[in-house]
Design a protein around this ligand. Structure first.
Ligand SMILES: *[C@@H]1O[C@H](CO)[C@@H](O)[C@H](O)[C@H]1NC(C)=O
Ligand SMILES: *[C@@H]1O[C@H](CO)[C@@H](O)[C@H](O)[C@H]1NC(C)=O
Ligand SMILES: *[C@@H]1O[C@H](CO)[C@@H](O)[C@H](O)[C@H]1NC(C)=O
Length: 240
C-alpha cells in the first residue's frame, strides 16, 4: 500500500518534472485582445485608442538613496532595475487568467528569495520567456526616464519604451507588501511624451505591484539601498 502510493507519487513527480523540462519555447501571441479586456481595474486613465502589445512580469529592485545624512528625511529614489518576462502570451490563452493575474506578482516575489523556485514557477506556467529589461536612462541633463527595453524580441527595431510618469495611485490594500512588509509601490501610468520610444510601444501601466516601497525615513539606511519588488507592466502602443 505504502509502496503503491509512494511509487504513484514518484511517477507523478517524474511526469511533472519531465513536463516542466519539456515546456516548449512559447511562441509569442500575435494579439492580446482577450487580456486587454481584463486590464486590472484602477483609477488610472484608460488606454483608450491604444493596443495592448505586451504584458510583462518585472522582477527586480527599486533603488533608493539617503545621502543627506538627515535621518528624518525621506529616501530619494534613483530608479529601478528589473528583468521582464512575457506573461501576456500565456495569460491571453488562459481561461483562468483573470483569477491568476492578481496572484502572480506576490508569488513571483516570494519565490525569488529562494533562487530557482522562481525559475520553476515561471517554467511551469510558461512565463519564462525573458524579453528584456527595465532600467532608467539619463536621456538629457535633468531627467532619468523609466525605460523598457525588449531587446530579446526579434524585431527591428526591437520595442523600446522611454516614458514619464503621468498618473499614480496607491496600490490596493490587498497587494502583497513584500517579504519585509515594505509595502507595494504605487500603480502608475507612464507615457512617452518626448517621442523617445521605438518599435510600436509608447505607454506603460505598472500594475499588480508587490513590495518595493522605501521606508518612510532614512533612519538607519545606507547611502544607497534596494528594495525587492515585482510588478506587471502592461505595455501599449498605437494600433498597428
Ligand atoms: C531633515 O528632513 C526633514 C524632513 O524632510 C526636514 O523637515 C528637516 O528640515 C531636515 N533637516 C535638515 C538639517 O536638513
Ligand atoms: C540599482 O541597483 C542595482 C543593483 O545593485 C544596480 O545594478 C543598478 O545600477 C542600480 N540602478 C540605479 C538606477 O541606481
Ligand atoms: C518621432 O521620432 C521618429 C524617429 O524615431 C520620427 O520618424 C517621427 O517623425 C517622430 N514623430 C514626431 C511626432 O516627432
Amino acid at each position: 500500500m505504502l509502496f503503491t502510493s509512494l511509487s504513484t507519487a514518484v511517477t507523478v513527480f517524474l511526469s511533472l518534472s519531465s513536463s516542466v523540462s519539456a515546456v516548449p519555447v512559447v511562441t509569442r501571441a500575435t494579439n492580446l485582445n482577450t487580456l486587454a479586456g481584463i486590464l486590472p481595474q484602477s483609477d488610472l486613465p484608460k488606454p483608450d485608442g491604444l493596443e495592448l502589445k505586451y504584458v510583462l512580469l518585472g522582477i527586480g529592485t527599486q533603488n533608493y538613496t539617503c545621502t543627506t545624512g538627515n535621518a528624518t528625511a525621506a529616501p530619494g529614489t534613483t530608479g529601478a532595475v528589473a528583468k521582464l518576462y512575457d506573461l501576456g502570451t500565456r495569460l491571453n490563452a488562459d481561461p483562468m487568467a483573470q483569477w491568476k493575474i492578481n496572484t502572480i506578482s506576490g508569488l513571483a516575489l516570494s519565490l525569488s528569495t529562494y533562487g530557482n523556485w522562481l525559475d520553476s514557477y515561471l517554467k511551469l506556467e510558461g512565463y519564462n520567456e525573458w524579453l528584456g529589461n527595465h532600467f532608467f536612462t539619463k536621456a538629457d541633463a535633468t531627467t532619468n526616464y523609466p525605460t523598457f527595453s525588449l531587446n530579446k524580441v526579434k524585431a527591428t527595431p526591437y520595442p523600446l519604451a522611454m516614458v514619464s510618469k503621468k498618473d499614480a495611485f496607491d496600490a490596493p490594500k490587498t497587494s502583497c507588501p513584500g517579504a519585509k512588509n515594505e509595502g507595494a509601490v504605487p500603480w502608475l501610468r507612464l507615457v512617452d511624451d518626448k517621442n523617445l520610444s521605438v518599435g510600436g510601444v509608447n505607454t506603460v501601466y505598472r500594475l499588480e505591484t508587490a513590495g518595493g516601497k522605501s521606508p518612510a525615513t532614512c533612519k538607519g539606511q545606507k547611502e544607497s539601498f534596494e528594495v525587492s519588488y515585482a510588478a506587471q507592466y502592461w505595455v501599449y502602443g498605437p494600433k498597428a
